[in-house]
Write a protein that binds this ligand. Structure first.
Ligand SMILES: CCCC/N=C1\SC[C@@H]2[C@H](O)[C@H](O)[C@@H](O)CN12
Length: 619
């Protein structure tokens, strides 16, 4: 490594630009192909950047995180724009970054990957069966053009060359790793970016570290950059970039400071030592580096992509999920000090945390399916065969599929999804009695008993859409028929469930106090909603919610959907609860949708620290 590394330093002429005055008198940001570096206002510029996803951080904490990144010595932040998240929030974030003195490397997609729901693409694109996403498919391109005609004009004033803080813009995202390899698509995007942002903007691509990826992901006129982590041979990685960009700045657009977590895996970690060492080596070469992630945040609501990504996007990043500076951040700051002045003053501290303690919940109703008038006020859609979420025009969360048993089943009878059509988990009850679950790829059959005419309720959970690879056309719900014994189940009543709408509207806490039958303290199985309140403590401090011995479900606090919990699989055991979400002087409401099994005590626990690394995989 040292020899190769030194050879490579020679090859790459750390940026030897001579200082020059701002010849034109106006702001500029460009690539100096003669001296292999960026130029900002005609001066050599090396960015030391960190990725932060505003869509994963409560808006009230944006400034806090950006300030901590600035105080680490970063001079830029890298920001995705998730198409499916958007209604213009990005302007406020750019403004805060600007106020904090941070430049911005913007990545508006349209596809962003990011372990985000469908890689940032809106699920309504799937209304067109067989649409070829991320290609020159005319319907897809029309939708992209319509979106960019809205987004890019909003971005243009924020360009550094126009007085803003965006210094460069990425086109697509690791396109070279996608099977389509459609140059016409990339050319169309390039045309859109040039049309709306002008000819002077630095446009770039980012690809993983293989020739095949670089071949399909790069395009003449877009500056090719690479991404790699601490276990990659730096010399080889930048040699690969040089094969596509013989001149110009070296750029690692995603230097992995940590990694993503899957349910059932161990919490991913990358050591501080490795991150510091490799960062120092790249900066010594004069390379421009963006650390992915610097602040990960949280997949609130249903925003996680599918490969079983957990709710936390802590990423073992220098700033924790709750925005707390870590020893990794301090080590990175020590490295950066060797290359540029660090802002004077203290690092902003971790936000205060509070352990609100145990809260005991109660069932909203003894029987989940008795809530349909509230959760599905429009009533069911009747259909001979099942309809998908997309056909029902519901894109996230949960859908109820109801039918009746076609015959007496005195013996356990297999209920099968022969085409692996359950996307993604289906909780099966007969006459309200939970009988088990079907799961995409792993549980395609389960046994059912009952009598002819009994009500079969199948609650289907959308676990988030695939965000990487060829399966991003990820339809949800019952995509094909279910077979019970020898019968194809038909004549469905399909209920679109708007749980978020009901809870955002104050239900169930605002509902008339119903006289619930006294709850026997027994374990309860199957989907049920639980509610509780906990007193304010005069403060609104961050806290972490642990659902001790619960199984899997979703949590709302004061109407906000915190995301999914699955302590039965881990490694994540707690959900991050941002302090400003809590009332300091009114009781706080908590609502829990437990999908499988609630503990007899119905207690949850608010702690003052996270637990992200306890795998108790019992699945
Ligand atoms: C081997 C698969 C590589 C896929 N690329 C990944 S996994 C983590 C990161 C984020 O998803 C990021 O949004 C991608 O650009 C690169 N990357």
């Amino acid at each position: 490594m040292a020899a190769g590394f030194l050879t490579f330093v020679a090859l790459n002429f750390a940026c030897l630009c001579v200082s020059g005055n701002l010849a034109s008198g106006k702001r500029s940001f460009s690539i100096d192909y003669k001296n292999n570096c960026f130029l900002k206002d005609d001066q050599p510029f090396q960015y030391i950047s960190g990725s932060i996803h505003y869509s994963r951080i409560p808006q009230y904490y944006w400034k806090d995180r950006l300030l901590k990144m600035y105080m680490t010595g970063l001079n830029a932040v890298q920001v995705y724009v998730p198409w499916n998240f958007h209604e213009g929030a990005q302007g406020h974030f750019l403004n805060l970054a600007n106020q904090t003195g941070l430049l911005v490397i913007l990545r508006p997609g349209p596809y962003i990957c990011a372990e985000w729901e469908m890689g940032g693409l809106p699920a309504w694109l799937l209304q067109k069966p067989n649409i070829i996403l991320r290609s020159a498919d005319t319907d897809y391109l029309q939708a992209v053009s319509n979106w960019f005609a809205v987004l890019l004009p909003k971005i243009k004033p924020w360009l550094y060359i126009n007085g803003g803080n965006i210094i460069s813009v990425q086109v697509e995202n690791e396109y070279g790793s996608y099977y389509a390899c459609d140059y016409n698509y990339m050319r169309h995007l390039q045309t859109l970016f040039r049309f709306f942002l002008g000819e002077d903007t630095v446009l770039f691509t980012t690809d993983g570290n293989t020739d095949k990826e670089m071949t399909c992901g790069t395009l003449e006129g877009l500056y090719a950059t690479v991404d790699f982590g601490t276990d990659t041979n730096i010399s080889e990685a930048f040699k690969r970039q040089r094969r596509f960009e013989p001149r110009g700045p070296l750029v690692n657009s995603e230097f992995y400071t940590g990694w993503l977590d899957h349910w059932g895996d161990q919490h991913a970690r990358v050591t501080t030592e490795k991150v510091s060492k490799v960062l120092g080596e790249m900066l010594t070469m004069g390379a421009n580096v963006n650390m992915y992630m610097f602040e990960g945040g949280t997949n609130f609501g249903y925003w996680n992509g599918k490969d079983n990504f957990v709710t936390s996007y802590d990423y073992d990043a220098p700033l924790s999920e709750a925005g707390d500076p870590t020893e990794k951040l301090l080590a990175i700051r020590d490295v950066i000090k060797q290359f540029r002045d660090i802002p004077a003053g203290p690092m902003p501290p971790a936000t205060p945390k509070f352990a609100y303690g145990f809260v005991t919940l109660k069932k909203v109703k003894s029987f989940f399916y008795a809530l349909l008038s509230t959760l599905s006020p429009m009533g069911p859609v009747q259909s001979h065969y099942p309809l998908t979420f997309e056909e029902m025009k519901q894109y996230y969360g949960y859908m109820l599929y109801r039918t009746t048993l076609p015959r007496d089943l005195s013996e356990p009878t297999p209920l099968i999804s022969p085409l692996n059509g359950v996307h993604d988990r289906a909780y099966v009850s007969v006459n309200g009695v939970y009988q088990g679950l079907l799961q995409r790829d792993t549980a395609l059959v389960m046994n059912v008993t009952g009598h002819q005419g009994d009500t079969v309720d199948i609650l289907v959970e959308n676990m988030g859409r695939v965000n990487f690879g060829s399966k991003i056309n990820d339809y949800k719900g019952l995509l094909s028929n279910l077979i019970l014994g020898k019968d194809v189940l038909t004549d469905w009543k399909i209920y679109s469930l708007d749980i978020d709408g009901a809870i955002t509207g104050g239900w169930p806490h605002s509902a008339r106090k119903q006289s619930n039958p006294p709850m026997k303290k027994e374990l309860s199985f199957g989907p049920n909603l639980y509610m509780g309140t906990f007193p304010p403590n005069g403060l609104s401090w961050d806290t972490f919610l642990k659902l001790n011995e619960w199984t899997k479900g979703q949590v709302w606090i004061n109407g906000m959907n915190l995301g999914r919990y699955w302590p039965a699989r881990g490694p994540q055991q707690t959900l991050y609860v941002p302090g400003p979400l809590l009332s300091s002087n009114q009781p706080n409401n908590i609502t829990v949708l437990e999908l499988e099994g609630a503990p007899a005590h119905l207690r949850v626990l608010f702690m003052d620290r996270p637990q992200l690394n306890a795998t108790t995989d019992k699945s």
